[in-house]
Design a binder for this molecule. Structure first.
Ligand code: HEM
Length: 401
């Protein structure tokens, strides 16, 4: 009998007919059941360590954020396993601009509703793709800080959700945004999404994907199983990313391609090679590409990579993609391409980190108590792979943007 049914059954008992001893027993049993019920509810949410009403603000319950320990199994293995079949998203499930996260949610490696905590994001990308721990932590930290709610430790991988209210006091604007919100993380010159202002900038676009396939056809590698010119190579991404930049530079009068956006967008292209490749042969062919981008499901007989893919591995790939056609960060101001002033931190990594901080809400600096604890945990996780001191380089952006 479930706890709720047992509870209903117990209160149905006619109290006056019970003896004093039985009544005392009933009181003890009820007290125990209520305590057990509360415990089970807490246990059902493994990331929730909220310490109760004392920590509630604006009707939100604080959830402490902890960087999980390192995964114990980082081996090559078939993904998905039998416990994670594909289930198509329903109308209320959130999906957004990241094909990697959308696929994880469709297979239950992330909550199927698309609302995830910092720890769940890390477990998801480590388990599904063998992403290395510090890289996974930095991306997940940016997700919660930029577009989630660090007080309740949740972010939507798509658009705004009732389940992720804005931070207490709305100190970073009236909504938490979700990863689909433009700026800070989602940005211009994506592989398969339009720029904002040019149509749907969150969801997969057939037209852009078809362009991508023409680049695979022109520059791709051959495979005995998927055919000639069917493998996505470095060269394909070098040429297609450059094409995407030139095309948006010409057509998007408000193109934003600051150093952080530029490098993150090249990182996304590098993720494609480093994390979508079948770990057995280390290639992404057009079948695999279509499975992740178009259908947002793991391909048949797919294995995650055989060793954790870290920040350095991915940055090297991103740098190799960019090296064929080096670009200067900048923006289109009313249609006129304007290079950004250099940030001069002394390294590209530090420039990228500083630029990310220039966009995160400055109000994160003035928080106190529990929220401050979570914010500082996330800022430290974000800074770690960049080799930056998180106490020195702080959020400086306009709240609500
Ligand atoms: C916690 C980890 C991650 C977070 C928070 C995250 C978030 C995002 C966001 C916000 C975007 C949109 C950027 C844009 O506007 O182009 C994006 C794009 C992308 N992500 Fe992720 N991501 C994560 C992990 C991954 C992983 C593990 C993969 C691959 C297995 C991946 C593959 C991609 C790709 C290929 C794109 C570019 C899509 C396109 O340009 O059309 N991501 N991600």
């Amino acid at each position: 009998m479930g706890l709720n049914r047992l509870w209903v059954h117990l209160i149905d008992v006619d109290l006056p007919t019970l003896s004093t001893t039985n009544r005392r027993m009933l009181t003890i049993t009820t007290t125990f059941l209520l305590a057990a019920s509360a415990f089970l509810r807490a246990a059902a949410n493994p990331v929730s360590s909220g310490s109760g009403a004392l920590n509630d603000i604006d009707g939100q319950r604080f959830v402490q954020i902890n960087v999980p320990s390192l995964p114990t199994d980082t081996s090559l293995k078939v993904i998905p396993d039998a416990q994670h079949p594909f289930v198509a998203p329903g109308p209320n499930d959130k999906r957004g601009p990241c094909p990697g996260l959308n696929t994880l949610a469709n297979h239950g490696y992330l909550p199927h509703n698309g609302i995830a905590s910092f720890e769940q994001l890390i477990y998801g990308v480590e388990g599904g793709y063998n992403m290395e721990h510090d890289l996974a932590s930095a991306l997940s930290a940016l997700a919660i800080l930029a577009r989630g709610n660090a007080f309740i430790n949740l972010v939507s991988i798509g658009g705004v959700s009732d389940q992720v209210p804005p931070l207490p006091g709305k100190i970073d604007g009236p909504t938490a945004g979700g990863l689909s919100k433009h700026g800070r993380f989602e940005g211009d010159v994506s592989l398969t999404r339009h720029d904002i202002g040019e149509g749907d900038y969150q969801n997969f676009q057939d037209k852009l994907y078809d362009q991508f396939l023409t680049y695979v056809g022109r520059y791709g590698g051959d495979s005995p199983t998927s055919g000639n010119a069917s493998v996505v190579t470095l060269r394909v991404l070098q040429e297609y990313k450059y094409h995407r930049f030139l095309s948006e530079q010409a057509s998007d009068p408000n193109l934003e391609f600051s150093i952080a956006r530029m490098i993150l967008s090249y990182d996304d292209a590098a993720f494609l090679l480093n994390f979508f490749a079948n770990g057995t042969e280390n290639i992404v062919d057009t079948d695999i590409l279509g499975s992740f981008f178009r259908n947002q499901t793991f391909p048949p007989n797919w294995h995650r990579r055989g060793s954790p893919g870290d920040f350095t591995v991915n940055q090297n790939t991103a740098a190799a993609i960019l090296s064929a056609h080096p670009l200067v960060p900048g923006t289109n101001k009313d249609g006129v391409w304007t290079p950004d002033a250099p940030l001069n931190t002394g390294s590209t990594f530090k420039d990228v980190h500083l630029n990310i901080m220039q966009n995160l809400a400055s109000s994160l600096n003035t928080v106190t108590g529990d929220l401050k604890t979570n914010v500082e945990t996330l800022l430290a996780a974000l800074a770690k792979p960049f080799g930056v001191d998180p106490t020195k380089v702080r959020p400086k952006g306009t709240p609500g943007q």
